[in-house]
Each structure stands twice: as C-alpha cells, then as structure tokens.
Design a protein around this ligand. Structure first.
Ligand code: ATP
Ligand code: MG
Length: 579
C-alpha cells in the first residue's frame, strides 16, 4: 500500500470527547470515526486490525473443535419470551416494531437463537457435544456508552455456545475454552488474568472473565487478587476473610438504650461523637432494586457491593435511593428521620438484606428512624426484625483484607474485561424445551455453556496496553501493517529507487508494507508512522549513498543501521514467525 493512497486522515489533536488512551489514539490516528453515540465507523486501518483479531479467534476456536456459523442480527420477541428474558433484560435490549407491528429486537447476545437452532438439530446424545460460534456485530443500548470501542453500543463480538449431555461434559468444554482463550489473548499480544466473576444478566452459576490489567481509567472493573496463591476475582464476586476487629461493644456500652446523638449525619461524625470504632456501628442503606426499596445492613467500616446486593434481592437493576425517596419511605412507615439516623426497626414490609458479618456484631450502635438519636448497646434481637431478613455476603472487598483461599492480604487492580466464559447449565434449554434423547430414549435438556470475546474491545485494549506519548505500538500479530518504508526525500532518485525495491520484495514475500511516498517533510512522516503504530520503520535517507538504511523497532525504540537487504531479510523472518 502506498501511503499517498491509504485512506487515513490523522488529526493534530485528540478528539475532545475522548477520555481514555485507546479512544484518543484510534481517533487521532485515523482508525475510527464516530457516527453517533457509541457507534463507530471502522476505517480501513481499524478493519485490518479487527480482521486480524477475528482470524486469531477463529483459528483458535476451530482448533478447539468449535464450528462457525452466523445468526441473524434481528431477533423476534417470541423467542425471548420463551426464555423468559423479554421482561427482564432491561433497556440495553433495543426493541422495535416492523411494518406488520411484529415486535423484534437487535441482538445483544444470542442464547435464545442458538438454543432454538440446537433444539431443531440436535436430537440425540450421539450428536453431542457441539460447540457453535459466530463473529458478529451486537447492539446494546448501554446506559453510558463511553471510552470509544471499549464500551460501544454497537460492537463486534465472538460468541460461542456449547451443548453437552451432562455437567461433566460442560466442565470439560469449559476448560477447553479457557485454554483457547489463553492462547487467543497471548497471540493478540495481551497479558490477561482469568478471574472469577458474577454471572449477571446472562445467568448461570460459574463464570470467569479474562481481564487485561491496567492502571488507567479504561479498566472499568476492580480485580482482587492474591500474590501467594491463584485467587483472583472481579469485585462483584470477590470474597475475603476479615482481619480481627472490635465487633462487640461491651467495653463501651453496659446497657441497651436510646441516646441523643445530635448532628451525627455521617459514620465519621457518629463514631467521633461516641468515641467508638466504626466497626461497632450498624449502617443502614436504602437502595432501589427494580423500583422497590431495599434496606442493606452492613458494618459501618465496610461498603456494600451493589451487584451482590442486587442478586441477593433477586433484581436486575439497582441504584442507591435519592433523599426524596428516603423521605417518602420514612413518611410511608410513619417516621420522619433524615439520612444518618435510618435503621431497620419498624420497617416491616420492606425487604431487608444484611451482610453476613452483621451476625457477629454485639452491643452495637444503630439508627432507629429518629433524627438525632441512636440505639446503643444494641443486639439484633432488640430490633424485632421480620423473620425473613436475609443474611448473605453483600460486602465489597477492600485491598488488605485476607485471601479466602490462603489468608494472605489481597491486592486490587483495574481490569478491562476482554472475554468471559459461563457455565449456563440448563438455564435456557429447560424453559425453551431444548432436549436430546439419551440411550434409553429418555429426553433431557442440554447442559450449556457460553463464551464471549469482545473483538473490538480486545483491539482497543491492545492499544491501552501498548502505546507511548507518540502513538500506538501494535503487537505485530494484530498491527494493520507490519512495516512502513519512509524515503526521506522522494525527489532523491537513489532513495526512492531503494525504497521501491524493498517495497516490492517485501510485498512479494507476504510482508504487509506501506511505502510512505508522500511529498512531506521527514518529520511529518515519522510522526504519522509513530502515531499509526507500525511495528517497524525502515528509513531510506542520505546514508543510502553508503548502502545503509535505518531500521527502527517501534516497541523498543531501538534503531539499527543496516543494508536494505538485511532489513528485508529481518522483516521476512519476523513475519514468518508471527504466531
Ligand atoms: P461488561 O460487563 O463489560 O458490560 P458483559 O458482561 O456485558 O461486559 P458479555 O455480555 O458477556 O459482557 O459479552 C462478551 C464480551 O463482549 C465481553 O467480555 C466484552 O469483551 C464484550 N462487550 C460487552 N459489552 C461491550 C460493549 N458495550 N462494547 C464493547 N464490547 C463489549
Ligand atoms: Mg454489559
């Protein structure tokens, strides 16, 4: 490809709406162009990168025994009613009507469609196991599309679905996919951590995510991990052991009584006023889960993990209540307390979920829905709570708490989820009556797994992992081109002839090469080369009169002076060895 013909326009500045590196770089280097919120054009350079990621994914999925197919992007409502997800999927599902008033949606994922395909085609145990996958655009009307390709509304995904006769088969395929994923991300030049995670809207019991670890904002997930053993988990799923703490207030309170605690609106103010550690305060938080209030009880030095709370409440949507909603709830229950003094007592009819560590608290302090008052020296039995209070883990792990496996301190880091694997079990096959017949002619629902990789997110994550202040440093396996040849002065006959000869030789040998034949200053060409992120740059300048060119490796910045023949040989060898 000649640079003069390459469809690319680099920008002087980063676009003003870009917050993270990959979005800034990909937009400025001319890879993507926004069409509308969360929807991007993949321009020729980007498309080359995406196709490379896709091909790596395809090769490894095929190698792992999966078969590729392609399902429709538009799906009928009826199928989603069969699985029971039409009513629970939420606003991310883009719903629409066709000209005959039939209700459809844009595919955010394809469990329903694949299960309907399997149901029609996989009738006997003899046909199982099967793993089917596709690579396709998905649409999710995300609440907050942001960070360019990392969280788009339309994005490209590889989604695979496995069908087995039993759990043991699923376990085996799950391991097989985990190994394939490891190879895929390694080949894409990405270091990933496989972490335990929550199963979310897709459902199922066991799931893992593949995270690209980063210290930037682009990592939307907090990952807790142990350095002494292999434990690692997304914050929405992480658990920990707590170091010892004062959870019995017997040294502070010798009777149970209501006392005045004026102006103690925060935990800090309250613990200061009473001169007690915050581990002796039972905090009550009001959340709205699927439009209904839920009270969360937790030791005041800890925070609630919202996904855990939402799952415990059996909901699909959660947010903290506004002060108006809290006021409304107080009125409804006949109280007039302001936030800071809310408590679980007298809240019958409202769902109450307590963190399991609350059970260990004794002689503690708790709000009683009276402004400027608290109950001290209290125990759970003093609160007359309804019998259906749930005690479960709703606690957000904090760094420094102890590993649930080995007891050593946990660390936290940010991660970008590039892929995930789920054990679905019979979550879809059962309601959709997707069954096979066993040896004895008895029918059973398939035991399913599903396995996703964000193709476009993986490409963007690679930029987050490989860049410097000058631009992108693509891993060679997914770079749009392998090398750029830059003649410093295109009017110079020897420079141009040498550059063109190398270009022809490389092309012939299957190296993906760009010849920067533009009549521009060398500085401009170098800047563009760094920004676009070609893994190698060969510069043909004045030293060509001595038979030498400059050979630069983008990843390391290393520069060598070699003959054109050596440069060509090197490059052919490198490209031959791309995994
Ligand atoms: P997230 O928690 O980041 O929203 P998810 O759990 O919804 O992801 P899945 O539904 O399992 O993800 O989708 C599989 C893969 O698709 C994810 O691992 C991710 O790489 C990619 N993906 C999901 N949502 C988006 C998005 N909005 N933009 C780009 N890629 C996405
Ligand atoms: Mg999502």
């Amino acid at each position: 490809m000649k640079m003069s013909k390459l469809f690319v326009q680099t920008l002087r500045e980063f676009p003003s709406d870009a917050e993270v590196i990959s979005h800034k770089m990909l937009a400025r280097a001319g890879y993507i162009r926004k069409l509308t919120s969360g929807v991007y054009n993949y321009l020729p350079l980007m498309w080359r990168v995406l196709k490379k990621v896709e091909n790596i994914v395809r090769e490894e999925m095929d190698r792992a025994g999966a078969q590729e197919l392609l399902m429709p992007f538009v799906q009928p409502k009826e199928l989603w009613e069969e699985s029971g997800r039409w009513d629970v999927y939420g606003k991310e599902l883009m719903r629409m009507k066709d000209r005959h008033d039939r209700i459809m949606c844009l595919g955010p994922t394809h469990e329903e469609v694949i299960t309907s395909i399997a149901r029609d085609g996989l009738k006997s145990y003899k046909q199982l196991p099967v793993n089917l996958y596709q690579i396709q655009s998905k649409f999710r009307d995300e609440v907050r599309p942001r960070y360019g390709l990392l969280r788009g509304r339309e994005f490209i995904m590889k989604d695979a679905y496995s069908f087995d006769i039993d759990e043991a088969g699923l376990d085996k395929e799950y391991e097989n996919m985990a190994r394939a994923y490891k190879r895929i991300f390694e080949r894409c030049g990405l270091d990933t951590k496989m972490v335990q995670s929550d199963s979310g809207a897709i459902g199922g019991s066991v799931s893992h995510e593949f995270m690209v670890i980063t210290d930037t904002d682009a990592g939307e997930n907090d990952v807790f991990y142990c350095n002494d053993c292999d434990y690692s988990a997304n914050s929405n799923h992480a658990i920990s052991k707590l170091p010892p703490a004062v959870v019995d207030g017997k040294d502070y309170f010798n009777e149970t009584k209501v006392i005045d605690t004026p102006n103690t609106h925060s935990i800090e103010e309250l613990s200061k006023f009473l001169n007690i550690p915050d581990t002796l305060i039972l905090k009550t938080l009001v959340y709205i889960v699927d439009k209904k209030p839920v009270l969360a009880l937790i030791r005041a030095d800890k925070a609630v993990e919202e996904t855990k709370l939402m799952n415990a409440a059996g909901g699909i949507d959660i947010r903290i209540a506004s002060s108006a909603e809290i006021a409304e709830l107080m009125t409804e229950k006949g109280f007039d307390a302001v936030p800071g003094f809310i408590g679980p007592k007298g809240m019958d009819g409202i769902k109450i979920i307590a963190d399991e560590t609350v059970k260990d608290m004794k002689n503690f302090v708790v709000g009683i829905n009276e402004t400027d008052k608290h109950l001290v020296g209290a125990n759970i039995s003093d609160l007359n709570l309804p019998s259906d209070v749930q005690y479960t883990d709703i606690r957000l792990v904090q760094a420094g708490e102890l590993c649930p496996q080995c007891g050593k301190p946990l660390f936290v880091t940010k991660g970008i989820e590039v892929g995930n694997i789920f054990k679905l079990g019979t979550k879809y096959s059962k309601p959709m009556n997707a069954v096979y017949l066993d040896k004895n002619g008895k029918s059973h629902p398939y035991v399913m797994g599903c396995y996703g990789i964000g193709i476009s997110r993986t490409a963007a994550a690679a930029v987050e992992a490989h860049y410097d202040e000058h631009g992108i440093k693509w891993p060679i396996s997914i770079a749009p081109y392998h090398v750029v040849i830059v003649p410093v002065n295109i009017q110079d006959e020897l420079q141009m002839k040498t550059a063109e000869k190398m270009y022809e030789e490389l092309l012939k040998a299957g190296v993906e090469v760009v010849l920067d034949d533009r009549d521009e200053r060398a500085g401009v060409k170098f800047k563009d080369a760094d920004l676009i992120g070609f893994p190698y740059r060969v510069t043909v300048g004045k030293t060509i009169t001595e038979g030498l060119v400059e050979y630069k490796t983008r990843a390391t910045g290393e520069v060598e002076t070699v003959t054109p023949e050596t440069a060509v040989e090197h490059l052919i060898e490198i490209v031959k060895n791309i995994k």
